[in-house]
Design a protein around this ligand. Sequence first.
Ligand code: TRP
Length: 347
Amino acid sequence: MAINEGKARSMRVLTGIATTGAPHLGNYAGAIRPAIDMSLHAEVRSFYFLADYHAMVKIHDAQAMQQALLEVAASWLALGLDTDRSIFYRQSDIPEIMELNWLLLCVTPKGLLNRAHAYKAIVADNSKRTKQRDIDYAVTMGLYGYPVLMAADILMFNADRVPVGRDQLQHLEMTRDIAQNFNRLYGEAFVLPQAEIIEQVAVLAGLDGRKMSKSYRNTIPLFADCDQLRKLIMKIETNSLPPGAPKDTESCTLFQIYRAFATKSETAAMAARYREGIAWGEMKNELFEYIDATIAPSRIEYAKWKASPDTIYNILNNGAQRAREISVPFMAQLRTLAGIDGGKTYV
Ligand code: TRP
């Protein structure tokens, strides 16, 4: 049992999204929707936050930072996040997270971070370039330390469950490792969090069939307007099978996206149409109509929220206040454990 907890404790669910730009369909299906669903269970305490410190790894422009933050916040609010039930805050409003980040850095082996997928991918890429002698070219300490900051986000609130896309699984494993290191050295401060992966939709494919990701520029923005949504869906790559030829569902991006939005029975019915050889043009239309109908009401809400940033900041300030009711006393306990409490426990 962690040091800041009584015996009866409701399950804590926590997740964040890096505020690197307006969310896309993959973010919605893989993270936002399951998180909002979970927040509606009365017995769960949910923490949702805007990971703006994480966004700084990629964005080095103040205005772009502000805009992305508002777009992500407006999206969650438009989709119906209940900010009374859940605690919705901005990471950078909680200074204790950054303080905990340092405590965790000091118990994190450098080798652990060397094995992080995102870091290894850059190193692999640099090693392939013959002209690039520095394998760490373009790697900042922010990027390198990203998993530790993520551990601080999670451990600060002793989250039990963390809904994330499959690509974040390694980060959760690292969080557990880091928490165990701290616990071993200083006492049982942290619970070990579990990732909650939503199998069906965790990683949605994008326009070109690769994982939908801002880094691949293959995303469909969640709140694209009707025309833009139609255009993007028409661009999704398919094979060249003619109308009437039976088609495979599993390898098909259109089907995957459809499945992430439709009910089980609608998905089964669509699978039957694939076997009967639905034409790609027809399928694209079906997909567009389905997503558009699902998103349209929230699109109006999104526009309203975006037009009132002051309301958004008020909500976030309120969330930060509630989050700090937990983080401030917990951080004080952690400081005592680590021997940096300014002599408060000196005898
Ligand atoms: N890395 C996550 C993403 O890319 C964002 C994130 C930051 C996060 N801190 C977190 C997710 C803590 C879950 C828990 O979207």
